[in-house]
Design a protein. Structure first.
Length: 396
């Protein structure tokens, strides 16, 4: 049941941004925004940029609408998405794990999970980029220098594991070329670097915990991802097809002019079919209308700006409620619709393939996951769709 609350009436002018092909319309005299009195999001662990931004959004909703937003921190991918799947949260501010959940890879390829019908509302694309953070005293000045170094492996966090795998692939390396240091969560991965147990961890350049590495005796360094390395980018995008070249401008140790890196949307606000189209419409509208109220609440908060959206990229479809709002303000484009339609087709193929696989799947869990990966790989390949992973690649 929704409580109707009327937002302040104001004009929000969305200007054409840089070289963007999207022409933003003027949004004037916003009507009321109807949201439940209580909202629940999941997010990354305490101290992460995702968690801090979610708290900032919650403060804006409280101030403007009197709504309480509870943010549940999760140490790994499963702990962030399980409350969403189980109906204990309406939304999740996620990273790449939302894509892995749709794809049913890594831990999501288990019988307990399978392809999740997630959809996206809006994303943040900030000046802080996804990155490998290293201890300066480890002398890792390029991604190739990671060879033989100690790299954190966050248990149950496929998004962090595979993002690191993509960065390694850029340099022609794999997890077999580094020393894997297993840690229980994101915060633990940072502490492992500070304590001298590891040399590199994964996160975003403006993630607050990286300040701890910078302040430690070891120091901090972000290896660049050169944009002119075509072969490196080809290898990276085979692992992370939703990544794109970006300039990192937010974060410690970065030069004033910024640094060439690879990035993707983070956080991405996702939901399930259990939330209504009206709820998703109003949540999306609130994120746009109250942007000025939360953009400075945490590092990277300005990434939620409407003119930074990448509607035509990624593998997740958008939610119908979000599309409805973006169409109202003339932000939705034919390119966005084409990518959305392709992603819906992909999601449907994955779920159909999963349903058919369950009919003859082996009981043994290891055999189950390996069998699914092969069936999934073949189905996507036959459909001419990007596979992300080889059919035999099962990682826990």
């Amino acid at each position: 049941m929704f409580l109707s609350r009327t937002s302040s009436v104001f004009a929000l002018v969305l200007a054409f941004a840089g070289s963007s092909a999207i022409s933003w319309a003027t949004v004037a005299a916003e009507p009321e925004i109807d949201l439940p009195q209580q909202l629940v999001w999941t997010a990354y662990d305490l101290g992460s940029t995702g968690y801090s931004q979610a708290v900032g959004v919650g403060a804006a909703l409280k101030n403007e609408l009197g709504i309480n937003l509870r943010v549940l921190p999760g140490k790994n991918d499963v702990s962030r998405l399980a409350p969403l799947r189980d109906g204990k949260a309406q939304f999740s501010a996620t990273g790449s794990e939302s894509t892995y959940a749709q794809e049913a890879v890594y831990l999501f390829g288990s019988r307990e999970w399978g392809p999740q019908p997630l959809s996206m509302l809006i994303m943040a694309v900030s000046g802080g980029t996804s990155t490998v953070a290293t201890a300066r005293d480890a002398n890792i000045r390029s991604l190739a220098d990671l060879k033989g170094k100690r790299v954190t492996w966050v248990k149950g966090a496929a998004s962090l594991q595979n993002s690191m795998r993509g960065q390694l692939a850029f340099a022609g390396l794999t997890w077999d070329d580094v020393i894997k240091v297993e840690v229980p969560g994101y915060a633990a991965s940072i502490q492992a670097v500070i304590d001298g147990q590891a040399d590199a961890a994964y996160g975003t350049t403006h993630s607050a915990p990286f300040l701890k590495i910078e302040a430690s005796p070891r120091g901090l360094y972000f290896p660049p991802v050169p944009h002119d390395d075509e072969e490196g980018w080809k290898r990276l995008k085979e692992v992370l097809p939703w990544f794109f070249p970006a300039i990192a401008t937010e974060g410690p140790t970065l030069p004033p002019e910024g640094q060439e890196m690879a990035s993707s949307g983070y956080p991405i606000l996702v939901t399930t079919p259990d939330t209504s189209e009206d709820l998703n419409y109003n949540m999306t509208k609130a994120m746009v209308v109250y942007f000025d109220q939360y953009k400075d609440a945490a590092p990277g908060g300005d990434g939620w700006a409407l003119d930074r959206q990448k509607f035509d990229q990624g593998l997740l479809p958008y939610n119908a409620g979000a599309i409805r709002y973006f169409k109202e303000i003339d932000a939705w484009t034919p390119e966005a619709q084409a990518n959305h339609d392709a992603n819906l087709k992909r999601q449907a193929l994955l779920q159909e393939t999963w349903k058919a696989y369950l009919e003859t799947a082996p009981e043994d869990e290891d055999a189950f996951q390996k069998g699914w990966m092969k069936v999934r790989f073949q189905a996507l390949q036959d459909a001419g769709m990007v596979t992300i992973m080889d059919g035999w690649d099962v990682v826990s």
